[in-house]
Design a protein. Structure first.
Length: 592
């Protein structure tokens, strides 16, 4: 008893031990990490920051003559929100691609931040502890931001349709996930609907968002029931209306028989042939996700005309088997199974039954990578790696991916580098050699600026294209330009132009014939060609600009003025006609 009292007195006399409490999170740390991540992303894409307009970029409004038109002219037609961002780039930097690339990287960074919050929320619903879910979500965001397979959607300016639309889809999904109660409130419904409509106005594939929300409400409701869907009727009613409107709005395009690259109207690609092909293609993207060693701007992926072609049946059976396993083990691997179904769902708009001329394109995995990331973080979370080991693995993966993306962005920094790389990986695709030829030739053949032009190499690539496929009108016209503009072989140029005219008699091809004759001072032949061009299309301004040039060269200033004025009536922005008119008028005044 005495000993007990003595110990009690000692205990009262001893100073209290400090309680061990976890350190408070530093408020500025998340923002510092986010800024550091953005800097790494900008570094990774820096080689492409001044890259030229490439491939489909060259037919978008910002690369065409007369691009400095009012905003309302950009908003007419499909994807007005996307076009509005391009208009802003035009206002900022005109023909300089730098601001365009900066915008693309900014949209990508925002999408990466949204991936972090989405994955973190789903990890929370999976029961992962707070510290580990932040780390795993950060790793998912880093992979999304720095994976080289994303380069096509970020470094390629036409790929902005993917990055912008998918960013808005991710924003709508994040708003939906972070609702404070199971039943979504009207204000949050409005936010989701607005973001959904904005995504649709950027790219029509965003129509998949309602299906993603339905899957989420079903999957993460206790017992995999439809209760969550019924509870959130106030969200699904307007979303269903928006999706129906989108399908109706784009239906003519989907079934069009004149659309060159997509839709049920494609004459040489049926919906079931495309479906058979996609049974194989859906395995390409996870392969690139795991081993991004064969990235290419233009895949040469054979079409499965029947279920037995190129292993389509094996792909279909594998998809059915994986679907069955994901459903069978949905309770044990809830997040990974959800990720698998999310991947299939998000790929559906481009990789199911609506035929698209190109069956594989890397930018299509931009949004659906979310599903693959959920599978990865679920499996990593089950390894129970120490926090330090997980951080080390994440840092190593991010570093490797950043270096790979930096190297891939270097390929996208010039037309020659891009198409040389693509020709090595798709050597039997005619379009690839055609694009490589144009890149060697430069602006005269419709390519980007190149110094110096290599028209000798361009001609070789045009020849390869012609061997792989029947020469087209555009191929022959560009081939002639290579002969005429830097190889100075006018007879070869005229031969190709005559071949092009035999395929399609246009005012353009006859003005090019006149141009070659004019450079040789064969004025009667040049004027005959221009007369044919005028007969074919009296509204083609270049015809009168070229005729004005001939009259100027033959000292017929009054006739030159008349032709230049007529050209400018048809096209007030035609610079050669403006310059020619000023010179011809000056000569007339001097003669008087």
């Amino acid at each position: 008893m005495k000993a007990s009292r003595r110990e009690s007195r000692k205990a009262r006399a001893a100073p209290p031990r400090p309680s061990v409490t976890p350190p408070k999170p530093v408020a500025w740390l998340p923002w510092t990490l986010a800024a550091a991540a953005a800097l790494v992303v900008f570094w990774a894409y820096a080689p492409a920051a001044h890259g030229p307009f490439l491939f489909d970029d060259t037919v978008l409004k910002f690369a065409l003559p007369g691009f400095e038109v009012p905003l309302r002219a950009w908003l007419v037609g499909q994807r007005p929100l996307l076009m509005a961002t391009y208009w802003l780039n035009v206002r900022l930097s005109g023909e300089d691609p730098f601001s365009y690339h900066v915008f693309n990287v900014i949209f990508h960074c925002v999408a990466g931040g949204l991936i972090y919050w989405i994955v973190r929320r789903l990890l929370q619903w999976s029961g992962v502890e707070a510290a580990r879910r932040s780390l795993l979500a950060g790793l998912a965001a880093a992979i999304f931001l720095l994976h080289p397979v994303q380069t096509e959607a970020v470094a390629y300016l036409a790929g902005r349709s993917e990055a912008l639309s998918d960013m808005l889809v991710l924003a709508a999904f994040a708003v939906f996930l972070y609702r404070p109660a199971a039943a979504i409130a009207w204000l949050r419904v409005a936010a989701v609907v607005v973001l959904f409509l904005a995504a649709l106005l950027s790219k029509e594939q965003a129509v998949v968002l309602p299906a993603l929300l339905l899957l989420t409400d079903f999957w993460w409701n206790p017992g995999f029931s439809f209760e969550g869907i019924r509870r959130n009727w106030r969200l699904y009613a307007p979303l269903a209306a928006g999706a129906a409107y989108a399908v109706a709005h784009f239906w003519d395009l989907i079934v069009s028989t004149t659309a060159p690259s997509a839709g049920f109207g494609l004459k040489d690609l049926t919906w079931y042939q495309y479906f058979f092909t996609q049974c194989r293609a859906l395995f390409v993207y996870p392969g690139l996700f795991l081993f991004p060693a064969h990235l290419t701007a233009d895949w040469d992926f054979p079409i499965s005309r029947t279920i037995l072609d190129h292993g389509a049946l094996v792909g279909l059976l594998a998809l059915l088997g994986l679907t069955g396993l994901a459903w069978r083990y949905r309770r044990q691997f809830r997040l990974a199974s959800f990720g698998f179904f999310t991947y299939l769902l998000l790929m559906a708009p481009t990789s199911s039954i609506i035929p698209i001329r190109d069956p594989v394109a890397e930018r299509r995995v931009y949004l659906s990578m979310l599903g693959l990331l959920l599978i990865v973080v679920d499996l990593l979370g089950r390894l129970n790696l120490p926090r330090q080991a997980l951080m080390a693995v994440g840092a190593a993966v991010a570093l490797i991916l950043a270096m790979a993306t930096h190297a891939r962005a270097q390929v996208w920094s010039s037309a020659v580098a891009l198409w040389e790389d693509t020709a090595q990986k798709s050597p039997n695709k005619p379009r690839v050699h055609f694009q490589l030829a144009n890149s060697y030739c430069g602006p005269p053949c419709g390519g980007a600026e190149v110094d110096p032009p290599r028209c000798d190499l361009a001609v070789l690539e045009y020849e390869k294209t012609a061997r792989l496929d029947k020469p087209s009108y555009n191929l022959l016209v560009d081939w002639a330009a290579a002969y005429d503009n830097c190889l100075h072989r006018p007879e070869d140029a005229l031969a190709k132009l005559r071949q092009a005219a035999a395929l399609d008699q246009t005012a353009h091809v006859y003005t090019q014939i006149a141009k070659v004759y004019g450079e040789q001072q064969r004025w009667p032949q040049a004027l005959d060609a221009l007369a044919t061009a005028e007969k074919l299309d009296p509204t083609f301004a270049t015809t009168f600009a070229y005729r004005g040039l001939i009259h100027f060269a033959t000292n017929q200033m009054a006739a030159a003025v008349q032709d230049y004025q007529r050209a400018l009536v048809l096209d007030p922005l035609l610079e050669p006609a403006k310059d020619g008119l000023a010179q011809a008028q000056a000569r007339l005044r001097a003669a008087q």
